[in-house]
Structure formats: C-alpha cells, structure tokens
Write a protein that binds this ligand. Structure first.
Ligand SMILES: NC(=O)C1=CN([C@@H]2O[C@H](COP(=O)(O)OP(=O)(O)OC[C@H]3O[C@@H](n4cnc5c(N)ncnc54)[C@H](OP(=O)(O)O)[C@@H]3O)[C@@H](O)[C@H]2O)C=CC1
Ligand SMILES: Nc1nc(=O)c2c([nH]1)NC[C@@H]1CN(c3ccc(C(=O)N[C@@H](CCC(=O)O)C(=O)O)cc3)C=[N+]21
Length: 279
C-alpha cells in the first residue's frame, strides 16, 4: 500500500487567491494591510519562513516589515518593540517568530501583541479565547493542519486524533481546533510513556515534535491518516519531517514535508492579516 499524498500546494493557492482579492479591496478602501514580523533568532527554518512570508505577502499585495532584533535580544527589547508596533496604526498584523533567545518566554513577550493584530495567535489571550470557543486568531500552523485535512475531505468528527507535541505554537492550539471539530484528542510529548502504543491508536496522527524520523511504521496503525508538521534541517541543506518515509507503506494518507502543511501555513498567516475583524 502506498499512502495517498495530502499535498498543501493546492489548498494554499486557493487561500492566496482569496487573500490577494481581499488585500486589493482593503487597499482601495484606504486600509492597506501591513504585516510586521519581529524576529530574534538565527534558526534556519525561521529565517526561511520569514523570507517565504515576505515574498508571498508581496505577491498578494500585503506590505511586510521585518524587524530583526538579533538572537541576543532581551525580553525587554522584544516586548518593547512589540508594544510599539501594536500601537502603530499602520501595522495591521503583528507576528513574533519562534524560537526565542534563551531565557525569553513566549508567553511573557507575546502578551505585548495587541490581540486584534495577533495574526499568529501568540498572545496568551488568543489561546485562551480559542480554548473558550470565542473568536480569536489561531496560530497559522495549527489552523493549516485542519485546513489541509478539510481540503482533502478527511473526516474528523468522532475520530481519534493524536497530536505529538504540546508547544504553544502548534500542539496545544491544534488540540483545541481538533476538539472544536468533534475529534477525540490525545496530546503526546517528550514524557509520554510508550509513544508508539499511543500513536498507533490514532485515526489521524499529527507529528509536530521537531525530531527527524520520530514517527516510524511501528507508530502508525495501518490505514491511518498522518500529517507531518516537522521541519528539521538536514546536513545537505534540505528539509526533513518528523515522519519516516517508510510510513508511506502503512498509512492510508500522508501529508509530506516539504509540500504539505508548510505552504498552507504561510497562506493562512496572510489570510489572518486581511481579516481585521475576524469574520
Ligand atoms: N510547517 C510549519 O508550518 C511549521 C513547522 N514547525 C515545525 O514543527 C516542529 C515543532 O515545532 P514547535 O512546536 O515549535 O517545537 P517545540 O520544540 O516548541 O515543541 C516540540 C514538542 O514536541 C515534543 N517532543 C520533543 N521530542 C519528543 C519525543 N521524542 N517524543 C514525543 N514528543 C516530543 C516536546 O515535548 P516537551 O513539551 O515535553 O518538551 C514539545 O512539546 C518543528 O520541527 C518546527 O520547525 C513549526 C511551526 C510551523
Ligand atoms: N511564531 C512562529 N510561527 C510559525 O509558524 C513558525 C515560527 N514561529 N518559527 C519557524 C517555524 C517554521 N515554519 C515554517 C513554515 C512553513 C514552511 C514551509 O512552507 N516549508 C516548505 C519548504 C521549504 C524548503 O523547501 O526549504 C514546505 O514545507 O513545503 C517551513 C517552516 C513556521 N514557523
């Protein structure tokens, strides 16, 4: 059996077309969309993502400012800049890249992002609102997993979804989004005893741990749907997911890295920038 490929290029293109139209409308209405990205890391995946957002924003007619504070930035510097950009009327969307410098906690600094501009759902208020079922921006990656499954017609209601990873950027918000879709949700992390025993009970398995080949054929129930979120740099400058390619022989469907969740993430982030009032 070879798993069906759940590609992200097509759903991403559909979202980008809609975003482009909406950006033009906002610009014509005298409200040009401007995304400010604050970064304080040397991480390669993050740098790639920032360039990819800036390019996609340009094509969609969204202005983009990148504020690079360097990987030695302090919490006060990062928080201060986020406060300034939140108060800047020209800035319509504001995101902070992860990872952050050592000793800087995301929850501390992200609280300085105006929730109305918090397009990557990083402010603890946004996560709380999401958990409470109130309107809120969801982190683009978590939303991308659900959008990708929806695009490919994968049913979630009543199914057992297992998420590997509990970060504030991916695992936790994704658990809430999956619950909202009536999945039964289990969240695994580095202290989970016998990971394979848990993941092999999944109908839908999402790997977001940032560990190359963490999920092998023994972790997957035959016929399961697997979504790979991991973006791990390889020695030759490429990109590897968290899922071992041998899983293709076991899963019914697999969303690959590259070409899966990543492109949808970028598209949904820009979608949040042109949705100023959370319709
Ligand atoms: N394609 C995309 O759009 C995006 C991809 N990513 C990628 O997704 C991955 C995860 O990102 P992020 O959530 O920010 O990463 P974090 O490092 O913040 O979180 C990783 C999570 O995985 C868990 N974990 C680590 N090792 C294991 C293990 N051996 N077994 C089980 N669980 C484990 C950790 O557990 P614990 O909490 O116990 O430490 C933690 O909860 C990365 O590769 C990142 O680059 C991220 C964002 C967007
Ligand atoms: N606050 C925050 N939110 C994030 O969502 C976030 C972040 N910080 N920090 C960095 C990681 C990484 N990330 C990626 C998104 C898309 C691709 C992507 O589109 N990758 C392409 C391929 C890239 C290539 O070929 O090199 C793909 O998967 O097809 C990759 C990585 C978002 N992140």
């Amino acid at each position: 059996m070879t798993a069906t490929r759940l590609g992200g290029a097509e759903p991403a293109a559909i979202v980008r077309a809609e975003v482009t139209e909406r950006a033009a409308w906002l610009r014509a209405a005298g409200r040009p969309p401007l995304l400010a990205i604050v970064t304080a890391t040397d991480d390669d995946a993050s740098a790639w993502y920032v360039r990819s957002i800036a390019t996609a924003a340009g094509k969609a007619g969204i202005d983009c400012d990148v504020v690079d504070l360097g990987s030695a930035a302090t919490a006060a510097e990062i928080g201060g800049r986020l406060t300034e950009l939140s108060a800047d009327a020209a800035v319509t969307g504001l995101m902070l890249q992860t990872p952050l410098p050592p000793r800087v906690a995301l929850a501390d600094v992200a609280a300085a992002i105006d929730p109305d501009k918090d397009v990557d759902g990083a402010n603890p208020l946004s996560l709380g609102r999401l958990a409470a079922g109130l309107p809120a921006f969801a982190p683009a990656t978590a939303a991308a997993v659900v959008a990708l499954l929806d695009h490919h017609g994968i049913e979630l209601a009543g199914r057992h979804a297992v998420v590997v990873g509990r970060s504030t950027v991916v695992g936790k918000p994704l658990a809430h989004l999956l619950l909202d879709r009536d999945a039964t949700v289990t969240v695994c992390h580095s202290r989970t005893a016998d990971l394979a025993a848990v993941t092999s009970t999944a109908d839908v398995l999402v790997a977001a741990a940032g560990r190359t080949r963490l999920i092998g054929p023994d972790h997957v129930r035959p016929g399961a749907v697997v979504v790979d979120v991991g973006t791990n740099p390889t020695a030759d400058g490429g990109l590897a997911g968290d899922v071992d390619p041998a899983v293709e022989g076991v899963a019914a469907a697999l969303s690959p890295v590259p070409g899966g969740v990543g492109p949808v993430t970028t598209a949904l982030l820009l979608q949040n920038v042109v949705r100023p009032m959370l319709d």
